[in-house]
Design a binder for this molecule. Sequence first.
Ligand SMILES: [Zn+2]
Length: 87
Amino acid sequence: MRALPTKSIRCIVCNRIFFEGQGIKLVLGGRELHFHSKSCALKFFKNMVLYLDQKDLEKAVASTVKEFEQRIKELEEKSKKNIESIR
Ligand SMILES: [Zn+2]
């Protein structure tokens, strides 16, 4: 198999060039977005939320918080069961 040429990608936040397979790729709003690091992705997200409708944002934040709270609860219940099974 022939090695594929490594594609260079530009971080849309800081303009740094990195290679395919590195960095973070996200598909949002029908677009592929590339960030060289988590901190650039976070910077992008922090700016993006300013453009969102505040009511939509409130709903989105509430739903996301709920989702993670649910996940943590499930993890806690799982680890509780594990402790009980060890006993
Ligand atoms: Zn960057």
